[in-house]
Design a protein around this ligand. Structure first.
Ligand code: ADP
Ligand code: MG
Length: 253
């Protein structure tokens, strides 16, 4: 897709759990080559929206389009094969595998099925290709020196970056990140922010879910703010930060 082109369109999407509308008539777009921040206080519905986009949950109503295809009834495995890569709010690496092997799992994901099962049946040429791609992504995110360490031994900040490398190794059209800075130390957050800005400069499209306004302000090109499942604001980060409704939601006043 061309930079600026809308590759993800959310149109009047609603998701209820019993009587509660966790996502309520939400509409927004994500554009190619930009970082879109989905911001909101805890319980705003961000993770629910994220799971609707990535095919983990079905919508109650409304439409989601990815690359002009309707995807609101699509399974997450199919979406991954079409170029949607995600990380999880809780780290999901294979701790007993090396950093390089974890990244290689991502290279295997795109256009494939049965991640681990299939990974065990690789022929040598295929394995070499995946490891080369994984090594390239580790260089890109600054983890190449740690390639032979066990993933479970990395500090949390590096585990999060490894998850991003693994997602990048699938050559995604859209990278979905759910609170990648959660639980990180200040220096780790800074390293993550620098990486995300570098990826954006490389043309990677990112949807970044976050509750920490300070973290997201310097990174996102555009912010959509959610509150009680609804859209509170949508615009340039500084504009959104100055919005009185947003300030109220954040102060809890
Ligand atoms: P956020 O990620 O912004 O913190 P969530 O999307 O996790 O918010 O949650 C939004 C609301 O939906 C919360 O009130 C939460 O308790 C509720 N919720 C989320 N998932 C479920 C579920 N599977 N079943 C019932 N309620 C849920
Ligand atoms: Mg969440």
């Amino acid at each position: 897709p061309e930079p600026g082109e809308a590759i993800l369109r959310i149109d009047r999407v609603r998701k209820s759990f019993g009587g509660l509308a966790a996502v309520d008539e939400l509409s927004f777009r994500a554009e190619a080559g930009r970082v879109l921040g989905l911001l909101g206080p805890n319980g705003a519905g961000k993770s629910t929206m994220f799971n609707l986009i990535s095919g983990v949950l079905p919508v109650s109503s409304g439409e989601i389009r990815f690359l002009d295809r309707r995807i609101d009834r699509e399974r997450s495995r199919v979406l991954a094969a079409q170029g949607m890569a995600r990380t999880f709010q809780h780290v999901k690496l294979v701790p007993s595998m090396t950093v390089l092997e974890n990244a290689a799992l991502g290279a295997h994901l795109r256009g494939r099925h049965g991640l681990l099962r299939a990974a065990l049946r690789l022929d040598r040429a295929e394995e070499a290709r995946l490891l080369a791609e994984a090594a390239y992504q580790l260089e890109r995110v600054g983890l190449f020196a740690q390639r032979d360490e066990l993933a479970g031994n990395l500090p949390l900040g590096q585990q999060r970056i490894l998850e991003i490398a693994r997602a990048l190794a699938s050559d995604p059209v859209l990278l979905l990140l759910d609170e990648p800075a959660a639980g990180l130390r200040y220096k780790e957050k800074q390293a993550l922010a620098r990486l995300l800005m570098r990826l954006r400069d490389d043309g990677v499209t990112v949807l970044l879910v976050e509750h920490d306004m300070d973290f997201i302000l310097g990174i996102a090109d555009r912010l959509v703010v959610m509150h009680y499942g609804r859209k509170l604001a949508d615009g340039a980060p500084r504009e959104v930060q100055a919005n009185a409704d947003v300030q109220l939601a954040y102060l809890g006043a």
